[in-house]
Write a protein that binds this ligand. Structure first.
Ligand code: S3P
Length: 442
C-alpha cells in the first residue's frame, strides 16, 4: 500500500502545464485507429487509462508508435479492424470500455471487453441496450456488468433517447453509428462533454445537431436538451491532433490557489470547452479570482491559460442543476474540498451519477472527508458540506484517483496535514501529480 503525507503550505506559486486531457486522448487514439492514413497526436495523456486504450487499439490492428507524449498512429480505415486475439482489458477506464464497445458492436467479429474490479462494478446496461437495438449481440455478467462479449453485426441506425446525460453513452452510440446503415440520432436530457462530436467533425465525419442551425460552439448555450446525429459509413481521414491540458487535472490546483491567500498560479494551455468549464463558474461564484487568457483553437477545441489568484476567502454556494452537473461531474470531489475550506454551507444536488463512477464518490468522499474533520451530510444525489477549518489526519483514496488528489489538496490547507492511503492510483489520470504539487507549493 502506497501512503503519502501532504503537509500544510502557505501558498501556491508558479506556472504549471498539467498533462493532456483524458477524454480527448481516448478519442484521439480511437479515431486515429478508425481513420485512413496517419494521425499524429501531441500531448497525449500517457496515464494508465489512456495507455490501456492505446493497447486496445493495437490489438485491433492499429500501428501506434509512442515517443514521450507523442503518438503516430497508422489507422485501419479502409482495411477494417482486426479481430483481437485476446480479451481487451481497459483497466480502470469506464470511458475505454464504453467507447470501444461502440466501435466493436459494428465489426464482423466477436470480442471481449473488460476492466479492473472497479470497472467490473460499473453499469453497462446503458450501452448494452441501445447497441443491441442497433443490431449487435452482447453477453454480460448478470446485472449488465463487464466482461462484455460483443458479437459485432452489420448495424442499422436508430433514434435513441439516452436517459442519463452521459457523454460516454453518447460517444459509444456515435462510434457505433459510424458503422451503421443510415443516420443515427441521439438525444440526451441535457448537455454533456462534446469532444467526440468535435473530433469526429475534425476527422471528416458527417455529424450534425438536428433542429439547430447554430454552429457547434454556440449550440451548448442555445438549448438545454441535447441532440446529435451521425451519418453512417462515411470514411474518416487521419489528422494532426494537439491535446489541450486537462481542465479536470487543472481543477485540483485551481482550488489550491483560490483557497490559499497570496497564491498566484498560471495553468498553461488548458482545454476550456464550455461543456467542461462548470468548475470555473462555480469557483467564481464562490468568490475565487480566476481569469482566462486569450483563447486559441487546438484541433477543434478551445484552449487558454487560466490564472488563479488567492485574493479573497471563498463562500459556500449551491452546486446543482441538470444543465450544470454534467459540466463538472468529475470535479465534484475537489469542489467538495473547496466547500470545506469556504465560509458557510455548500449543498450539492442532482449528482446521483457520482455514485457510479470509479467508486461511489458520494459515499466514499463523505466518509473520508469526515475522517479529516469536515462536517458532511450524505444525500442520495449529493451532500451538504459545512465550511470551516480542516483538521487533517489519515484518509483512504479507495483506489480512486480523483479522491486521492482531492484529499491531497485538502492537506495543503489543513491544520495537521493529510496522510493519504492508496495514493498511487493518481497514475490513472495524472502521472506526475505529486511532482506538480511540490513544484508549486511555497
Ligand atoms: C467521460 C465522461 C464522463 C466522465 C468521465 C469521462 C468521457 O462520464 O465522468 O470521467 O470521456 O466521455 P459520463 O459521461 O458517463 O458521465
Amino acid at each position: 500500500m502506497n501512503t503519502i503525507k501532504i503537509d500544510p503550505v502557505k501558498k501556491i506559486e508558479g506556472t504549471l502545464a498539467v498533462p493532456g486531457d483524458k477524454s480527448i486522448s481516448h478519442r484521439a487514439a480511437i479515431l486515429g485507429t478508425l481513420a485512413a492514413g496517419e494521425t499524429h497526436v501531441a500531448n497525449f495523456l500517457t496515464a494508465a487509462d489512456c495507455m490501456n486504450t492505446v493497447h486496445a487499439c493495437r490489438q485491433l490492428g492499429a500501428d501506434i508508435e509512442q515517443a514521450g507524449t507523442s503518438l503516430r498512429i497508422r489507422g485501419c480505415g479502409g482495411l477494417g479492424l482486426k479481430k483481437p486475439s485476446r480479451i481487451i482489458d481497459c483497466g480502470n477506464s469506464g470511458t475505454g470500455v464504453r467507447l470501444l464497445a461502440g466501435v466493436l458492436a459494428g465489426q464482423a467479429f466477436s470480442s471481449v471487453l473488460t476492466g479492473d474490479d472497479q470497472v467490473r462494478r460499473r453499469p453497462m446496461r446503458r450501452i448494452v441496450e441501445p447497441l443491441e437495438l442497433m443490431g449487435a449481440t452482447i453477453k454480460s455478467r448478470p446485472g449488465y456488468l463487464c466482461p462484455l462479449e460483443i458479437q459485432g453485426r452489420p448495424l442499422h441506425a436508430v433514434h435513441y433517447q439516452v436517459p442519463v446525460a452521459s457523454a460516454q453513452v453518447k460517444s459509444c452510440l456515435l462510434l457505433a453509428g459510424l458503422f451503421a446503415e443510415g443516420k443515427t440520432h441521439i438525444t440526451l436530457p441535457s448537455l454533456s462533454r462534446d469532444h467526440t462530436e468535435r473530433m469526429l467533425a475534425y476527422f471528416g465525419a458527417d455529424i450534425s445537431r438536428p433542429g439547430n442551425s447554430t454552429p457547434m460552439e454556440a449550440h451548448w448555450a442555445a438549448t438545454a436538451k441535447e441532440e446529435v446525429a451521425v451519418q453512417g459509413r462515411t470514411p474518416l481521414q487521419g489528422r494532426k491532433v494537439e491535446v489541450p491540458a486537462d481542465i479536470s487535472s487543472a481543477a485540483f490546483f485551481m482550488v489550491a490557489a483560490a483557497v490559499l491567500p497570496g497564491s498566484y498560479l498560471r495553468l498553461a494551455n488548458v482545454g476550456i470547452n464550455p461543456t467542461r468549464t462548470g468548475v470555473v463558474e462555480v469557483l467564481q461564484r464562490m468568490g475565487a479570482d480566476i481569469v482566462f487568457g486569450p483563447t486559441r483553437m487546438y484541433s477543434g477545441e478551445p484552449v487558454a491559460d487560466i490564472i488563479v489568484k488567492g485574493t479573497r476567502s471563498l463562500r459556500g454556494r449551491p452546486i446543482c442543476g441538470e444543465d450544470l452537473i454534467p459540466r463538472l461531474i468529475d470535479e465534484l470531489p475537489i469542489l467538495a474540498v473547496a466547500a470545506a475550506a469556504a465560509e458557510g454551507e455548500t449543498v450539492i444536488e442532482d449528482a446521483a451519477e457520482l455514485r457510479v463512477k470509479e467508486t461511489d464518490r458520494i459515499g466514499a468522499l463523505a466518509e473520508e472527508l469526515r475522517k479529516i474533520g469536515i462536517e458532511v451530510e450524505e444525500r442520495p444525489d449529493g451532500m451538504v458540506i459545512q465550511g470551516g477549518e480542516i483538521r487533517g489526519g489519515q484518509a483512504d483514496s479507495h483506489g480512486d484517483h480523483r479522491l486521492a488528489m482531492s484529499l491531497a489538496i485538502a492537506g495543503l490547507f489543513s491544520e495537521d496535514g493529510v496522510e493519504i492511503l492508496h495514493a498511487d492510483c493518481v497514475k490513472t489520470s495524472f502521472p506526475g501529480f505529486w511532482e506538480c504539487l511540490q513544484s508549486v507549493s511555497a
